[in-house]
Design a protein around this ligand. Structure first.
Ligand code: ATP
Ligand code: MG
Length: 439
């Protein structure tokens, strides 16, 4: 669809009486911004995930606003406003912990190309700060269900792209020609997977078709941006679904190549089981409002390559904990050249690994010392995952579960009952543990 065609399109307008969005569901701060823009004579609409999620009866994660006011004009209206972004300049209006993002209408690709937008050789957008009309703003968005506008003047919805029909049908569909839209911004492939998993939508066949062939375009995306996307894919309650879908489209290989290669070759399904267990338990934690951390997530996603590399080092005589740390050090540089992992998460991730062999040491004061370690809880949770995946003796896992839950007397009787003289390795090995670092 080109701009000449689209600019003459009139939107489908759904009046207030015919949709379920009420102002009481919109954050007060977003309403404040919408009304102040309107009073100052600008157009202002709620758009994006806020509108989509409200129409679906879900609670929006945040509220985005689109307006014809320029960022500086928005800035002039709010004291609590900052202009951010290099690729897109956006206004952030801050109310305590809540940030309302206000974006000026922008034109889509065709217009941007003519008036000085920039692309690289593969068609990726490098700059696109070309302001446009409301219609143009609708067509430059990614999916039809993300391009619905709630008009603060009369509380109607404006739909230029048949987004409402797709929303009702549970269809995730890119606006425009999918090949072109993915080349402009390959992260849209990850967004397709994410929204389909989050909303339980089906990706329209035309939107799904080019993904596998274009998956390598992710290699050109800055690692820091991919890190942010990974968190959105895996830490919001639908991680397992995201993982299966990323694997299906060949996208997981572009993000975690070492892990993916092992998933492809492993016969007994162990790493797959392990990652699935990790993501299912992360999803369960999120859905129970418990905390989750990037360190634990990455520990799970990178465990298999690190574990296998540690075995090689152990075979050369290295102590198991040291071998795990060195293995992580060897694997991380390549990994973070694709997906960033800030130090503040990499450090605790490596600690989780290093503590694993210590669970096998149940003699003397060692268990009490491990229990007091600041990273004990995360390392214990990790041990439980390994046990659930069949990688660690369930007796050992049960022992630790009990040990931390009993009083001092209980602890000393458990210490007495623990197999004596255990060092690194349990004696009754199963097939799997022949190849597993100790614990
Ligand atoms: P959520 O906030 O629930 O994750 P969202 O749809 O609000 O989902 P955001 O990343 O907050 O997603 O972006 C807000 C809106 O901006 C989107 O709904 C979409 O219309 C537009 N948008 C965001 N990223 C892109 C992109 N890469 N290409 C085109 N449009 C985009
Ligand atoms: Mg949003």
């Amino acid at each position: 669809m080109n701009l000449q065609e689209t600019s003459t399109l009139s939107p489908n307008i759904v009046p207030r009486a015919d949709h379920n969005i009420s102002r009481t569901q919109i954050s007060e701060n977003a309403l404040k911004v919408l009304y102040r823009l309107k009073t100052a004579g600008y157009e202002s609409y709620l758009v994006g995930g806020g509108v989509r999620d409200l129409l679906l009866g879900r609670e929006p994660k945040d509220f985005d606003i689109a307006t014809d006011a320029r960022p500086e004009q928005v800035h002039a209206l709010f004291r609590n406003c900052r202009i951010i972004g290099r690729r897109f300049r956006l206004a952030h209006v801050q109310f305590g912990g809540e940030i309302i993002e206000v974006a000026t209408f922008r034109a889509n690709q065709d217009a941007a190309r003519e008036v000085g937008g920039a692309h690289n050789d593969s068609g990726r957008i490098l700059r696109d700060n070309t302001y446009g009309t409301l219609e143009q703003d609708a067509f430059r968005r990614d999916f039809t269900v993300n391009a619905l506008y709630y008009d603060i003047r009369d509380f109607s919805l404006r739909d230029y792209v048949n987004g409402i029909a797709d929303l009702r049908a549970g269809t995730l569909r890119l606006i425009g020609e999918p090949q072109i839209r993915y080349r402009e911004d390959p992260v849209r492939m990850l967004r397709a997977v994410r929204f389909a998993a989050k909303l339980g939508f089906r990706i329209h066949p035309d939107t799904a078709a080019p993904i596998s062939a274009l998956s390598t375009l992710l290699d050109g995306i800055p690692p820091a941006r991919l890190f942010e996307e990974i968190l959105k894919l895996f830490l919001y309650g639908f991680g397992l679904q995201s993982f299966e879908s990323l694997r299906h489209f060949g996208l997981f290989a572009r993000l975690f190549s070492r892990t993916d290669a092992i998933l492809d070759t492993e016969e007994q399904g162990f790493p797959h089981t392990f990652i699935a267990e990790a993501l299912a338990s992360t999803d369960a934690r999120v859905n129970a409002d418990k905390s989750v951390t990037p360190a634990f997530l990455f520990a799970a996603l990178l465990w298999e390559p690190v574990r296998q590399q540690a075995l090689v080092l152990e075979a050369q005589g290295m102590h198991p904990g040291e071998a795990l740390r060195r293995a992580a050090d060897e694997i991380l540089p390549e990994q973070i050249s694709h997906v960033a992992l800030p130090r503040r998460f990499a450090t605790p991730m490596i600690e989780i690994y290093q503590l694993q062999p210590r669970f096998a040491q149940r003699d003397g004061k060692r268990p009490l010392r491990l229990l007091a370690h600041p990273r004990f809880r995360a390392a214990y949770d990790f041990l439980m995952l390994r046990a659930a995946a069949g990688e660690v003796d369930t007796e050992l896992a049960r022992w630790w579960t009990e040990f931390q839950n009993v009083d001092a007397a209980g602890q000393s009787s458990l210490l007495n009952a623990a197999p004596a003289g255990e060092r690194g390795r349990s004696r009754r090995r199963r097939r799997r543990r022949e190849t597993s670092p100790s614990a």
